[in-house]
Design a protein around this ligand. Sequence first.
Ligand SMILES: O=C(C[C@H]1NCCC[C@H]1O)Cn1cnc2c(c1=O)CCCC2
Ligand SMILES: [Mg+2]
Length: 419
Amino acid sequence: RLGLTFKKDVSFGEWYSEVVVKSELIEYYDISGCYNLRPQAMAIWETMWDFFDAEIKKMKIKNAYFPMFITEDVLQKEKDHVEGFAPEVAWVTKLGQNDLEVPIAIRPTSETVMYPYFAKWIRCHQDLPLKLNQWCSVVRWEFSHPTPFIRCREFLWQEGHTAFATKEEADNEVLEILELYRRIYEEYLAIPVVKGRKSEFEKFAGGLYTTSVEAFIPNTGRGIQGATSHCLGQNFAKMFEIDFVDEKGEKALVWQNSWAYSIRTIGVMVMVHGDDKGLVIPPKVSAIQIIIIPVPYKDADMEAIFAACSSAVQTLQAAGFRAEHDFGKKSPGRKYNDWEMKGVPLRIEIGQDEIDGNQVLIVRRDNGSKVNVPTENMVEHVRDSLSNIHESLFNAAKVKRDACKEIVYTWEEIHDCTK
Ligand SMILES: O=C(C[C@H]1NCCC[C@H]1O)Cn1cnc2c(c1=O)CCCC2
Ligand SMILES: [Mg+2]
């Protein structure tokens, strides 16, 4: 069946579940809360990964990889706040037919895995700062309604874990990382976010303070946490005895941060920009930025049309764009629907008219605008269109968010803006 059966503004939840599948981002899996991430989604994740990984390397943060399994006694070490999460922790209790003597937890996050070794590796102030990151998946057996990308039982994320000699260094890094999260949302996903500090009640229980970037989902009228950057203070240093001999020869506890963003970013992108024709992918993160489609006609010169499509792809790829052609057997109309469903930002149609006029027809996914462009201006028109698409997606999202933003000065004024 062509197109979506659910309308975004009528049945948002059903629309979301349908569009992530029909756009080929996700395939549902037979374990609730787990999903197959298909190449289109992986390409979006990789684009953000490339940006963030390059940026943290500039900050001299190194990637490592720690085991996913945690013994019970180590996990309980962080008992105060793990208690609150205990139901979410998945345990390995059997190997083959045999029960395990001691059950082993699957990491829901890696503080308890890493920090005993931070204690071992940090002896004196020359060992500081210790700044590690890992790209991995974590498991949290959530019981509330699972949602692809947004609330999964296993999800891809990065988790950064850093240790410093001084609070000042930690405070600075918390905000440097938060700025990178803002950039991921605003510069890559065209989604406006609000930076802020969580209340004592909402902060990460194990930390000193929590900062986050908050996005907004117009269809639910609710904010959503986009990514978090925590200062842990010396809480974990006390718990895991992570101390060092400072310049004065005295023992001191380290100051730590931990920070993460996950594939939830992709879910927010779908929710904010998608429409009733399917996905709308911001150009920076789209695996294919321009799809070129030949438009056959009864007595058209198909050879010339296919050749023009291939050369347009070459030209655009040479200019640094991710361009592909669709020479499939489907009708042009079917192809338009399929690529609109997949959210490709620009479509170029080339038929006999375009051959005769030495031009291309460029169609924008976000606003459906169509324009004939002389072939020699194609590259610069594509460049302008892609950056304009990003801007207009961002501005549209900002207008919707600001319509639901109120500045309040008293607790009484806080109310649900969808009412
Ligand atoms: O994971 C964090 C804090 C921190 N972990 C590392 C990356 C940044 C930040 O998310 C909070 N948290 C959330 N969820 C859980 C735990 C938990 O500590 C521990 C038990 C299972 C579920
Ligand atoms: Mg949770």
